[in-house]
Write a protein that binds this ligand. Structure first.
Ligand code: HEC
Length: 140
């Protein structure tokens, strides 16, 4: 107990402690801001979204927090989690034709009605779509 107290006291009186706390605060604010998507490197949904062989969503959509590449072919996905419920987002990604029969967005969870699809399997599995939807829902 005494050792613990000595340890704590010496830690809090260490002159570098305020500097460390300040750095931690800056890092936390930085990750909580628009760069949220970049800081969440273990975000599986985001890796599917940005993977050229999987979602490649940024070929058409602007994504929050992504620098260097911007596409305005489709509406920006910034704030999309506030515009749609998870069920609606799942419909958009699985087969946007359910929402707009004339859509330009490819169906990621269906090959139905496609002429000569590159593969008989949809681009994304239901599990991958669920992870994409989970990430989209956080974009508010
Ligand atoms: C080939 C271009 C293209 C790709 C790739 C694409 N989309 Fe889209 N998406 C569109 C277009 C165009 C729209 C606009 C609605 C329409 O045309 O029906 C749209 C609409 C959406 C919407 C509704 C947005 C709104 O604000 O109404 C969501 C959500 C969405 N896409 C998610 C995704 C995700 C997630 C991916 C990747 C898995 C993706 N899209 C890949 C073209 C694309």
């Amino acid at each position: 107990m005494v050792n613990m107290m000595t340890l704590l006291t010496s830690h809090w009186t260490d002159s570098r402690t305020p500097l460390r706390l300040f750095r931690l605060l800056v890092a936390t604010l930085f990750c909580a801001s628009a760069t949220q998507a970049l800081c969440a490197s273990n975000d599986t949904g985001l890796s599917i979204i940005t993977d050229k062989a999987l979602g490649n969503c940024w070929a058409c959509h602007t994504l929050p927090g992504q620098q260097g590449w911007v596409s305005n072919l489709a509406p920006s996905l910034v704030g999309v989690g506030g515009r749609y419920t998870p069920t609606q987002l799942q419909q958009w990604v699985t087969d946007a034709r359910q929402i707009n029969a004339q859509t330009l967005m490819p169906p990621f969870g269906s090959t139905q009605g496609l002429h000569r699809p590159a593969s008989l399997q949809p681009v994304l599995t239901p599990e991958q779509i669920a992870m994409v939807v989970q990430t989209l829902s956080t974009w508010r």
